[in-house]
Ligand binder design. Structure first.
Ligand code: A3P
Length: 899
């Protein structure tokens, strides 16, 4: 700090004062000595610099950070002895003939449904899309075989001890299964409070020492298990946790897969040298004919995740092998968008090009994919504008894709013309600068408009750019990343995008959220590394700002690629987005059809959803059918209620929208919501929809649950035999040729060798009546409390009571008195709506049709046919607390018994 002192006589360091004696001496008794003055000036300068630095740190001022960053810029130096050495892949695909004996599925025995390692295992299997079944250990064994094939290719024990302690009967059964079907076991030694030293694993010539702290793990390069994993380097440093188990074997059946050293001063052999200790071992099955891999610690250590996947591959005889090919693409978005001081200068562009060339040596076909918003071109300082120019001088070195002209989010456009106009501006910019415009790929700022879908964006993309591929992190949600998927909408392929840990504002390594260690951890075995290991196709999003300053984008990707090369046998390559998308949907054809989620259930989605859309425009309950049980009558009665409103009629399917079951679903959410216009003047606030074919639609419960997870569901059941007969009469009167050429009895008894159209008609007639089967599917997505089952016979005979019960179930107010609005019409033979005081308005002729009664032989046949389904229905009623079994169900079951 600057200090000032009173001038004392006789000071012997006055010479410098001589130059300005008058000014100093005469004015005051308080003057500054020259030396002090000098100190003062220096201090002020230092203080000011410190202040500016602090200020710039706080405010992220780009000017000073530029000045500070250089010395800290990280280099992609991955310690790896084998990086440039040959890759030796043992038994490349692990395939043996034994793989034909079981299905490619894993059976996982967990401690509880919530235990940590069990969850880690399940998540890893989800991430790698490996099929699995979870069982809580200690209960009885699940069924292991299906005809002559094993149901599971590998069995995993979260706690290997559980396997050792299974009662003799079940252990024999399980071991016999493993031997007969050549199925291997993976087990983890779970830490316990008590430490074991040299304890024998029950029944095996294997001894363990538990609760150790270890460091420096290395792999056995000769192990046959290694496939995805490469015995690269020693994983130097402390291993996570202080509860490791190490093994000591007394039999040639055991081979070490991984070793590590003790992380303390313990000397474990006579010479005082530390020997590495086996931490993962393979049991070749020489002892009891069952192959196993046993881990001395869970999946916290990243290398164990790779070894686990390789063990699955090895023990399943190659059935559960992941491909070794990985596609890798890095988008650099906003290549011209950024504040002055954060943009690329010429050196940054040169570094980008040089690193790209180095990466392309490791990843064939690699080019950075640059996204541009032309409006911000040349918006930097002089140096940065030269950077922009240098990028354009090297156009051919990169791939390119269009962003919005002004970086505006597409969901904010309500009008197609202005959205297209903005896109055209960017296209003109591209043409003007010679940027290629034919990649067929684009992305939207902040994922806006891609998902949740903004139809205008898809239309404009098609029209202006002929876009065929885009990518987003938001489908179905940002997190958890392992569930991210792709879909195709209106012929545009939407690929899942992966997260790499670089954000728009991560420009300096010192300011990386959580510190540099966090980024390095992600690269060296952590999230980023694992993302590439688990996903066959990886598209990462970065921003221009990640390539200036400390060039963290370059550091991150070059480092992670080196790490992948060091530790895995993965073959990385790159390709343009269109090619990646085609690959993706070839790999996962089942993902092509989207599953629309509810935008209001995800705050991130709500932010990128048009302000004109509202979840109020979605139904609160659905009448799901099945057909011919009285659904139209119920629909009509519900519509009388002042607080309830149905959808607008559909031009093609009349009162039914048929969204969730048919191709209408692919038209998208906006199409569906247009049937439920928000009308602030209407008192009706309960929207509902009735589509009778929802009941038995295979995909419907899943789709309804994704969009309307809190919806209530209403179904009506009558005797399935009578339902089938009514359906046949209905189909016949609609002029169906098959129904008109074959009697009802011929239809229902048609055999599997009958002509296809007849078999199809039979199936459509009979399948919806397998009530229990369909209800079970609904109940895997919805709780029994959200399902209301109406007895269709009661709806006919006593609709007022049915409607009163229903109002209670829906908790709808005001209570509507149906007694005044429904009256039995003797002519129609059904209840009808009361109009003008004493008249009735009944349903049309097609409802409550006149036709001859069903033949007795058909009734008997159907009662037998539906016997097991009706029995299952009674069980389902009881299981879900429905005490009153409808009379028709009792009759159907008892009539069968009589016959
Ligand atoms: P039938 O025409 O075979 O008698 P859906 O509307 O689901 O297609 O069901 C039609 C069935 O609803 C009719 O079958 C009829 O039995 C039954 N239904 C129940 N209540 C009715 C009502 N109030 N008016 C007319 N039909 C009714």
């Amino acid at each position: 700090m600057c200090d000032s002192k009173p001038l004392l006589g006789g000071h012997n360091r006055l010479p410098t004062i001589r130059h300005f004696p008058h000014r100093i001496v005469k004015k005051s008794n308080w003057i500054l000595k020259p030396a002090t003055l000098r100190k003062c000036v220096v201090a002020v300068i230092v203080f000011s610099i410190a202040l500016i630095i602090i200020y710039s740190k706080q405010t992220r001022s780009p000017y000073l950070t530029r000045f500070m960053q250089r010395s800290n810029r990280p280099e992609p130096n991955i310690r790896c002895g084998v990086l440039n050495g040959p890759r030796i892949i043992q038994n490349h695909d692990h395939k043996t003939d034994a793989r034909l004996r079981s299905y490619p599925k894993v059976l996982v025995f967990v401690e509880t449904m919530y235990s940590k390692l069990g969850r880690d295992i399940a998540e890893l299997l989800v991430h790698t899309r490996i099929k699995y079944k979870i069982e809580v250990a200690g209960k009885s064994l699940p069924v292991l075989t299906n005809l002559d094939k094993g149901r599971y290719g590998v069995i995993v024990f979260e706690n290997f001890n559980r396997y050792l302690q299974i009662d003799n009967w079940n252990r024999e059964l399980l071991d016999k299964y493993c031997r007969e079907y050549s199925v291997g076991i993976i087990g983890f030694i779970t830490p316990e409070e008590e430490t074991f030293v040299g304890s024998q694993l029950k029944g095996f010539p294997l001894f363990i020492h538990t609760n150790l702290k270890l460091k420096d793990a290395a792999l056995n390069p000769a192990s046959q298990i290694l496939r995805l994993t490469r015995a690269g380097e020693t994983a130097w440093g402390e291993l996570p946790g202080n509860d490791w188990t190490v093994f000591q074997a007394n039999h040639s059946t055991y081979e070490t897969l991984e070793w590590a050293n003790r992380n303390d001063n313990f000397q474990n052999n006579d010479s005082g040298a530390k020997l590495p200790l086996p931490t993962v071992i393979q049991d070749h099955g020489l002892f009891d004919n069952i192959q196993r891999v046993i881990f001395g610690s869970g999946l916290k250590f990243w290398l164990h995740r790779l070894l686990f996947l390789d063990s699955l591959s090895y023990l399943s005889h190659g059935q559960l092998s992941l491909s070794l090919d990985r596609k890798f693409l890095v988008d650099i978005d906003d290549i011209f968008v950024g504040e002055v001081g954060t943009r690329l200068r010429q050196e940054d562009v040169k570094a980008l090009i040089n690193t790209q060339a180095r990466i392309a040596n490791m990843v064939p076909g690699f080019k950075f994919n640059l996204g541009f918003s032309g409006k911000y071109f040349h918006h930097g300082n002089n140096e940065e504008d030269k950077g922009d120019d240098l990028i354009l001088e090297n156009i051919d070195k990169f791939m390119w894709f269009s962003h919005m002209w002004n970086h505006q989010q597409p969901h904010l456009y309500d009008n197609l013309t202005s959205l297209m106009e903005d896109m055209v501006l960017n296209k003109n910019f591209a043409k003007d600068k010679g940027i290629p415009i034919d990649s067929g790929y684009s992305i939207a700022p902040h994922h806006s408009g891609v998902y949740p879908v903004h139809e205008l964006l898809y239309t404009a993309w098609k029209k202006v750019w002929n876009i065929r591929v885009t990518s987003t992190e938001e489908y179905p949600h940002l997190r958890p990343a392992r569930l991210r998927r792709g879909f195709i909408h209106r012929n545009i392929m939407v690929l899942p995008r992966q997260t790499c840990g670089l954000f728009t504002h991560t420009m300096l390594i010192d300011r990386y959220p959580g510190g540099r260690e966090k980024l390095d951890e992600s690269i060296q075995g952590g999230e980023l590394f694992q993302t590439i290991v688990y996903n066959p196709i990886n598209i990462f999003m970065t921003h221009m700002s990640n390539y200036g300053n400390d060039r963290l984008g370059l550091y991150t990707f070059e480092s992670v690629i080196k790490f992948i090369q060091c530790w895995t046998n993965i073959k990385l390559s790159s390709a343009p987005p269109l090619q990646l998308a085609e690959n993706y949907f070839k790999l996962y054809p089942g993902e092509a059809d989207p599953v629309w989620g509810n935008p209001c259930d995800d705050p991130r989605h709500q932010k990128i959803w048009s302000r004109n859309k509202s979840c109020d425009s979605l139904p609160k309950f659905l009448v799901i059918g099945p057909q011919k049980t009285g659904t139209t009558a119920l629909y009509t009665f519900l519509s009388l209620h002042p607080a309830i409103a149905s959808n607008l009629p559909s031009p093609t399917t009349f009162e039914e929208i048929q969204f969730f079951n048919a191709h209408n679903y692919l038209r998208g959410l906006d199409w569906y919501m247009d049937f439920f216009p928000s009308d602030s003047n209407s008192s009706a606030h309960y929207y509902f929809e009735k589509s009778a074919t929802y009941f038995d639609g295979e995909l419907v419960p899943k789709r309804v649950h994704a969009l309307l997870p809190h919806a209530k569901l209403i179904t009506i059941l009558i005797s399935p035999a009578r339902r089938a007969y009514s359906w046949y009469q209905h189909t016949k009167s609609h002029g169906d040729i098959i129904a008109n050429n074959y009697s009802f009895h011929q239809v229902i008894t048609a055999s599997d060798t009958a002509p296809k159209p007849l078999r199809d008609l039979r199936n459509r007639c009979l399948n919806p009546g397998k009530y229990a089967q369909h209800l079970e599917r609904w109940l895997t997505y919805f709780t029994p409390q959200s399902l209301h089952i109406i007895d269709g016979e009661e709806l006919k005979s006593n609709p007022v009571d049915v409607m009163n019960e229903l109002q209670k179930f829906l908790k709808i107010t005001p209570f509507f008195n149906y007694t005044e609005h429904l009256r039995f019409d003797p002519k129609k033979g059904f209840f009808c709506q009361v109009v003008n005081g004493d008249h009735t308005k009944c349903l049309g002729r097609s409802k409550g049709r006149q036709y001859p009664p069903m033949e007795e032989k058909s009734l008997k046949y159907l009662q037998r046919y539906y016997l097991s389904h009706n029995t299952a229905l009674v069980k389902l009623y009881k299981k879900n607390g429905i005490r009153t079994i409808p009379n028709w169900l009792k009759d159907d079951l008892s009539d069968k018994t009589d016959s």
